[in-house]
Design a binder for this molecule. Structure first.
Ligand code: 0WD
Length: 257
């Protein structure tokens, strides 16, 4: 039996097999976790059910949850609680910004573009943590996905960098609030990975890959499986002394000046 056997973990953010959340799913499944999935679009639900059955993964539950909508979050947790009254983990892997805000200059960000990216990419962790807290009665671990653009200016990442900065700050405040319930909150800061939202969203995204290949200490880009294993570690008892942390899974790229 694995490190996570008997643990009930919610995974959010699978759009297709390239999603980081799918890498996470494979690692959590191998570690023996019982998995609950949330999805937004019907298209993602269809992809999800196909992927799960093709990989022999039997979910505890798949529920619709649009993090932009409090009623949707509440309904999702009502459904989860009815079937799975105790939760031990949450893998939060969702973000969104308008395409026009991921190119050009940050100074041109609109009020609505700013609001939307903060809402979906940063506040969603707070809303989810609030619900998880009620079901994490045996303690728990929450892990979200961030990116270097939170700490540094990365060309075109713009409004999403600012949203990720808010996400990382939220990790620290949530870790302080929830630590007394033995709930840990951490982030992974992954290097760039070719996924649906990354390819279609951030302008000039592909240029980042060659820089990492040439300069990162490990001289290679990371993949969904590496992020999946690190997320599994943060969701498992191996990381029981770690909270409020941002763990870089980026071939060491962030240490370069
Ligand atoms: O290079 C990358 N791909 C990196 C991604 C580097 C570092 C971090 N990340 C982060 C992203 O910012 C995000 O937080 O990892 C997380 C997952 O990103 P991904 O795996 O690149 O994204 P993708 O496979 O496109 O899935 C994103 C999903 C959406 O899919 P659908 O098609 O169903 O919208 O984000 C979810 C959704 O599952 N999502 C939402 N979920 C619920 N409510 C919402 C929403 N309102 N908006 C987006």
């Amino acid at each position: 039996s694995g490190l996570l056997s008997g643990k009930n973990i919610i995974v959010m953010g699978i759009a297709n097999e390239r999603s980081i959340a799918w890498g996470i799913t494979k690692s959590l499944h191998e570690a023996g976790a019982n998995l609950i999935f949330t999805y937004r679009k019907e298209r993602s639900f269809n992809k999800l059910t196909q992927l799960l059955s093709a990989n022999g993964i039997e979910p505890l539950l798949c529920v619709s949850c649009d993090v932009a909508d409090d009623d949707s979050i509440e309904a999702a947790f009502r459904e989860i609680q009815a079937k799975v009254p105790v939760i031990h983990g949450l893998a939060h892997s969702v973000a969104f910004a308008e395409k026009e805000d991921l190119q050009g200059e940050y100074v041109d960000t609109t009020r609505e573009g700013y609001r939307l990216s903060q809402d979906i990419s940063a506040y969603s962790l707070v809303a989810m943590a609030k619900e998880c807290k009620k079901l994490m009665t045996e303690g728990g671990s929450i892990v979200t996905q961030s990116y270097l653009g939170a700490e540094r200016v990365v060309k075109n990442y713009n409004v999403m960098g600012v949203a990720k900065a808010a996400l990382e700050a939220s990790v620290r405040y949530l870790a302080d609030d929830l630590g007394k319930y033995n709930i840990r909150v951490n982030a992974i800061s992954s290097g760039p990975i070719r996924t649906l939202s990354a390819k279609g969203g951030v302008a000039g995204f592909t240029d980042l890959f060659s820089a990492i290949q040439e300069k990162a200490p490990l001289r290679k880009n990371v993949d969904q499986d590496e992020v999946g294993d690190a997320t599994m570690f943060l969701l498992s008892k191996l990381s029981r002394g770690i909270t409020g942390e941002v763990l870089h899974v980026d071939s060491g790229y962030h240490i370069l000046g």
